[in-house]
Design a protein around this ligand. Structure first.
Ligand code: FES
Length: 588
């Protein structure tokens, strides 16, 4: 075993491998000498330490069962890296699970992105594999990658398997909400809801429907940030492990080609991702995340243009909550490549991917189409327009969105009386009160669940149907808020009303009994009061006094720097400084 450490001359510019980003001791030779001495304590040879270094972000956590296959993935990625001649080095970052993060996982997304970005910068790596999965983890990692500008490749943990309840196939979390709705309506009893609870999550992995995790997996592949075919294999399959190995191998290959994320994450790539989001009937959360990722590169999300491409991009993927199948069915149907084949005329095929080839070249090599019933042909869609529509009006001057593919058609063109809940506590304390003055024709309005309000813009926009109406068989109502909704939920739910109520947006000014007009066809969300009345109410509006816990730490940073939904809810100081153009750019 040779020992040349003290003679190594570290380079400060364009350094590679263990010579990258040396710790500052004022003596670069000593910095490298010390670094190698320490890592040799773990038994590494000079041969290993002379290889290209591939960092692998490990987001395994006892609090994150969606990442429960992390050990197997890690082993496979390392194998792939070593097969290609690299040195894999894993490192931990924050991990966030939807159900274990309070007040909401979104509150921590930017923290995870900062952690990931800074660990990529701080530690020596020539390329990085980012392993995420649960909803906010992939956006956080892509935001980090966009900012760190080190060649990066995304790997997802993959979806969970479906379970079975009394002969019915079930999976998280569309069925979680469906069964909970039945329980609230007293259609099923305590024993049955406990039985269902055992079956909804049949294995480790991410939610089995087209929720945010599956949506972000598809988007990461459409952006060109994953190896082809990587979005759909379920967590516990051999395909998922093979994808992990391929990911490790590809990470090494990216180094020589200098495939940094800014070369891949272009306005055209974002448009491809937006087309996919629309065609999969994907999660509304993805709009916020894509806006934030693009924002890191100075690329602006043009919501009017997004709405325009929505009108020409049909929903083709028949997955819950917009359709009937689950992610494992999508995988058996060929996964994202089957969809991309159908969308081909709408895609920017010249967009570069992490393979160094274009999306079009990858699609050419994807193999022939075959008969399946999960991805519809372009001319026979599930829903003629894209899943998400952008609304505007005096109630949402900065925009709002609705997942029209998962809404009730009869409720999408409607005027209604506002029944206002001032915040989440108010909703919780009154929604099941039998004396609540509400009918199925009313519009439920919830304030204070925006980025600043809750804080963190929780997925509370899916308000429960008041118990007395649920008991009477009401399944859907118009619900309006400045919050978000889980990608696994459905209903006529208007979300992301911007600007939010906590900073004095028009939503803050809505009173019980006001009339509101929702017209998805006209893309309208209007509070039916005069401009003078609106101005009068605005002049009297006062922000809630700051709470003690708002005055320090991460919460203070969050509250003082978080942007609104139309800017991705990123921290203002993390956004890119340059002008990277805007997206979507329009048909190829
Ligand atoms: Fe992790 Fe749904 S809770 S993906």
């Amino acid at each position: 075993m040779s020992s040349k450490s003290s003679k190594d001359k570290p380079e400060t510019e364009s350094a590679t491998g263990m010579r990258r980003g040396l710790t500052s001791y004022g003596d670069t030779g000593f910095s490298l000498f010390l670094r190698k001495a320490f890592i040799k304590g773990a038994g590494f040879t000079d041969d290993a330490l002379g290889r290209p270094v591939i960092g692998i972000a490990n987001t395994g956590s006892g609090y994150n069962p969606c990442h429960g296959n992390m050990p197997q993935l890690m082993e496979a990625v390392k194998r792939g890296v070593m097969l290609a001649g690299g040195l894999p080095v894993e490192f931990p970052t924050i991990s966030i699970h939807e159900s274990f993060a309070a007040p909401t996982s979104m509150y921590l997304r930017n923290l995870m992105s900062m952690d990931t970005e800074e660990m990529i910068r701080a530690q020596p790596m020539d390329a990085v594999v980012l392993i995420g999965g649960c909803d906010k983890t992939v956006p956080a990692q892509l935001m980090a990658a966009a900012s760190a500008r080190v060649p990066a490749i995304q790997l997802v943990t993959g979806s969970m398997l479906t379970g079975s309840h009394r002969g019915e196939r079930v999976g998280a979390c569309t069925d979680c909400r469906r069964f909970w709705g039945k329980y609230r309506a007293e259609e099923i009893d305590d024993t049955e809801i406990a039985d269902v609870n055992n079956q909804l999550v049949a294995s480790v992995g991410t939610c089995s429907v087209m929720g945010t995790a599956s949506t972000m997996a598809c988007i990461a592949e459409a952006l060109g940030m994953m190896v082809p075919g990587a979005a759909s294999p379920p967590a516990v399959t051999a395909d998922r492990i093979r994808i992990a190995e391929l990911t490790g191998t590809q990470a090494v290959r990216m180094i020589g080609q200098n495939l940094t994320p800014d070369r891949i994450l272009t306005p055209k790539a974002f448009e491809n991702a937006l087309r996919v989001l629309l065609a999969i009937g994907g999660s509304t959360n993805a709009i916020v995340h894509l806006t934030a990722i693009a924002g890191r590169l100075g690329i602006k999300m043009d919501m009017e243009a997004f709405d325009r491409i929505g009108k020409e991009t049909p929903v083709l993927v028949d997955l819950k909550p917009s359709g009937q199948h689950y992610m494992e069915d999508f995988h058996k149907a060929g996964g994202l490549r089957t969809l991309l084949r159908e969308l081909r005329p709408l895609l920017h095929l010249d967009a570069l991917t992490i393979t160094g080839r274009t999306l079009g070249e990858e699609l050419d090599d994807a193999g022939p189409a075959f008969t399946q019933d999960v991805v519809r042909p372009f001319n026979n869609p599930i829903y003629a327009q894209g899943g998400i529509a952008v609304l505007r009006g005096n109630l949402a001057p900065g925009g709002a969105i609705i997942k029209q593919s998962a809404a009730s058609p009869v409720l999408m063109e409607k005027e209604g009386r506002a029944v206002v809940f001032d915040d989440l506590q108010d909703l919780a304390s009154r929604v099941d009160d039998d004396d609540l003055d509400i009918t199925a024709d009313d519009f439920m309005v919830l304030k204070e669940i925006g980025p600043v309000g809750a804080p963190g813009m929780p997925e509370a926009g899916y308000m429960p149907i008041p118990r007395k109406l649920a008991r009477a068989g009401v399944k859907d109502m118009v619900r309006i808020s400045d919050g978000r909704m889980s990608g696994t939920a459905s209903g006529t739910i208007v979300l992301h009303v911007t600007p939010e109520s906590a900073i004095g947006g028009p939503l803050a000014l809505v009173k019980n009994g006001d009339r509101i007009r929702l017209s998805v066809a006209n893309r309208e969300l209007s509070l039916l009061i005069s401009d003078a009345e609106l101005a009068e109410r605005k002049s009297k509006w006062q922000a809630k006094p700051a709470r003690e816990e708002d005055q320090r730490g991460y919460r203070k940073l969050f509250l003082t720097t978080v942007t609104q939904a139309d800017q991705g809810c990123d921290f203002d100081f993390l956004q890119g400084l340059g002008d990277g153009g805007s997206t979507p750019v329009g048909k190829p």
